[in-house]
Design a protein around this ligand. Sequence first.
Ligand SMILES: [Fe+2]
Length: 453
Amino acid sequence: MGHLSMVHDAQGNRASFASDEAGIAYDHVIEGFLKYRADAPLRLKALLKLDGEAPLPHLLKAAFAMLAYKAAHVPAARAALDQARSLGGGNLREQMHLAALDAWSAGAQDRAISVWENLLAEYPRDILAFRLHHFAAFWMGKTPQMMASVENAFPHWDSDTPGYGSMLACRAFAHEECGSLLIAENAGREAIRRDPADLWAAHAVAHVLEMQGRRAEGIAWIGGLSTHFEGGNNLMHHIAWHQAMFHIERGENAEVLRLYDTGFRDLNSPITLMQPDLYIDCQNAASMLFRLQRQGVEIGDRWEELAEKAEVRIGDCLSAFTLPHWMMALCATGRLDAADRMLDAMRDYARANSGENARIVRDAALPCCEALLLRARGDARAAVKVLRPALGGLYELGGSHAQQDVLEQLFLDCAMEAGEVADARMLLERVTGRWPTPPERRVGYAKAAAELR
Ligand SMILES: [Fe+2]
């Protein structure tokens, strides 16, 4: 039986492939995944054609389906996992991948994270497990686990092992989210020296510059690398969003809108057309419109297409952090009945499911969405009341400091509108603790800080 042959992946892990050729095709998919290449799904198709009897291609298919954080994709993920199971599940490492993905597709990301951690303890150079763990932990706010995972694996890596640059990029991002910005920046810049097309490393350094208020550098950093980004996937949109974040801080709102229409929410771009309602793209768009409106910028009818997509996705709670963004779109377009339906669907989801995601939807996403709707109905005081006790746990929604910031701004607005001065001050103190750049130097907080501090 060919699948017991001694094929190894590029990092030296034994893999159940029938041929070296399939092993090389697998490495090609992994490289595309690590480097955010738009053709990664096509690379996977080629691998499946080459060796459809091996478990790993089906496991990858399941992982790619789950990475869309879309309920409609879960059946495809489960079917791919069933296929991997029917093929015998592979060696121990591959069976652990199967167990992790099984848990994830059942709404138990925390269990999946534990399985990947066990897997990495045994196989520290399994970059698929590492990268999926990095990703899933990020979307649950488990940043210490992201950092522990990278630091545990690192001693087992040589700098010439394929994928080392991606490890550096993840080290950069994990440290940035944990606040060790010097380690983060150095690791990110080293990854970019190795490969200027490493989107995740470019992104991690942009985060450091954002946290430290280095806006001119941020604009130059992204601008200087952008010629290398061709062939990238939606992460290019998110990097353009970061570029816009630097510009909004400088009051360059026309440039923000230009980037919105041509960089991160171009509805006619081939990448957007492939997945028009992709969670990260819609987060980028909604959070930027929310920020622009706070600055009094005229944003036209840009909320409408987001609100339409939000209505279609009512009941889909897989991406907890996206939920407040969908709710922003519904409230901004006056679709308050749909907003009520969305809240009911979230409550139903939280009641009907026992996984960790359901708890996070109940404890973190729901208070944000309720606050948004209460405020839209003119009751800012009630919004403060519902969101205040949840503030400390919002990090569990996942998302970076830069992305989470929009929720802090929401609470600040509710408190200011309600005349709850103590709450507004408390929020400013929270933000001061979280960011090295003081609120007075940040466009989303400067006005309130000047009034209250
Ligand atoms: Fe980011």
